[in-house]
Design a protein around this ligand. Structure first.
Ligand code: UD1
Ligand code: UDP
Length: 366
């Protein structure tokens, strides 16, 4: 590595999961610059995380905003390339599978700069999902692949990626949880604000395009969650992502009283809700991991998952969007104890990633 590290990020999960790597750079004195594509821009999807995770505002705010995949990714590509020319980094780091990752990866791969992909090697094997295309492309143009688990390393090797480029680091989600879970318990008053008690509610998130942009799948999820909660005689807290919020209006869906819809919440409030929930129902990638690490049973309302480690240890079950299947999965989930093993590492992924980059600077042995 020569020259600074440039982080290209753009959405809520990227800010949360790159925070440990940015912090490790700061602690090691590694010069770094943050480029924000602007894919997420609403305060509760963006600036609130910079503040809470004590990150500096990005040096480059590219202001790309929303749009179709082509418009959004195209605008990002142009603006990222311009910014990278100015920054002239040695290494670009991207994290995950969003359009910001795709654009950052392609821009870097066409320039004289090394590319590192954090959370490499995840596969749902469902090419209908935009995220699957994004992660496959990023992996295949990256020079450094930071795989969270051995299973992700295997996927990369099976696709012909040279083993010398791959390092298993654990997932930075664990680093972020370890730093913030106690803080959330001390500082967050979200349970009081919402009037819910520890262990007495379900937490739901749903925002994936394949679910909420499809009226019958979205209605199926809501019906399934409502019935499962009625059977357990609990309320549901659902912080609604803006994509889902728009679809609720467009499809004219009335959510039942049992499901409390609220605005997206900040990270500490969300962690507090996760740790206190009886069951978590989600279609999010990061939330599946967090539930697993926190020992809270999870039901994933998708047909596939790129996080099979969570189902393998017994923390998570795939239910799709059929109401009866969701209800069955919740019944099973409530029978579990939460003492499964954590498959995502020991909370040092951020440091390991920076160590790997620094090791590149050391002269090769004679
Ligand atoms: C994106 C990622 C998804 C990730 C999610 C994290 C892609 C293809 N998808 O989905 O993998 O799980 O982020 O949350 O990159 N909007 C706002 N405010 C914002 C951002 C978006 O109101 O700050 C609204 C806009 O109307 C926009 C819609 O949400 O059209 C969807 O935003 P977009 O960035 O296209 O994708 P996400 O659904 O957020
Ligand atoms: N999250 C949050 N507030 C919310 C919902 C989620 O802080 O209201 C956090 C959550 O803790 C996790 C991340 O957002 O770290 C997951 O992001 P999201 O579900 O948007 O994206 P995905 O992981 O599916 O790409």
């Amino acid at each position: 590595m020569s020259g600074p590290v440039a982080f290209v990020l753009g959405t809520r999960p990227e800010i949360i999961k790159l925070a440990p790597v940015i912090r490790a750079c700061r602690e090691r004195g590694v010069s770094h610059t943050i480029l924000h594509t602007g894919q997420h821009y609403s305060e509760m999807l963006d600036s609130v995380f910079f503040e809470q995770l004590e990150l500096p505002r990005p040096a480059y705010e590219l202001g790309v905003g929303s749009g179709s995949h082509g418009e959004q990714t195209g605008r990002m590509l142009i603006r990222i390339e311009e910014a990278l020319r100015e920054v002239d980094p040695g290494t670009v780091l991207v994290q995950g599978d969003t359009n910001s990752v795709l654009a950052g990866a392609i821009a870097a791969s066409k320039m004289d700069v090394e590319l590192g992909h954090v959370e490499a090697g995840l596969r749902s094997f469902d090419r209908e999902m935009p995220e699957e295309t994004n992660r496959v492309v990023a992996d295949h143009v990256a020079d450094h692949l930071f795989a969270p688990t051995e299973a992700s390393r295997h996927h990369l090797e099976a696709e012909g990626i040279p083993p010398s480029r791959i390092v298993v680091t654990g997932n930075t989600v664990v680093d972020a949880l370890e730093r913030n879970r106690e803080l959330a318990r001390e500082k967050s008053d979200v349970l009081g604000k919402l009037g819910v008690e520890d262990g007495d509610f379900f937490l739901m998130t749903a925002h994936r395009a394949e679910n909420v942009d499809d009226e019958s799948r979205f209605r199926g999820m809501l019906r399934g969650v409502d019935r499962a909660a009625a059977a357990a005689d609990v309320e549901v807290v659902y912080p609604v992502h803006p994509r889902a919020s728009e679809r609720l209006s467009a499809f004219d869906i009335d959510v039942t009283d049992r499901i409390r819809t609220v605005e997206p919440v900040d990270y500490l409030d969300f962690l507090r809700l996760e740790t206190a929930a009886d069951v978590i129902l989600t279609d999010s990638g990061g939330v599946q991991e967090e539930a697993c690490v926190l020992g809270v049973p999870c039901v994933t309302m998708r047909d596939s998952t790129e996080r099979p480690e969570t189902t393998a240890v017994g923390a998570n079950r795939l239910a799709g969007t059929d109401p009866a299947a969701i209800r069955r999965a919740v019944r099973e989930a409530r029978g579990t104890t939460g003492d499964w093993e954590n498959p995502f590492g020991d909370g040092t992924a951020g440091e390991r990633i920076v160590e790997e980059l620094l090791a590149d600077l050391e002269p090769a042995s004679p």
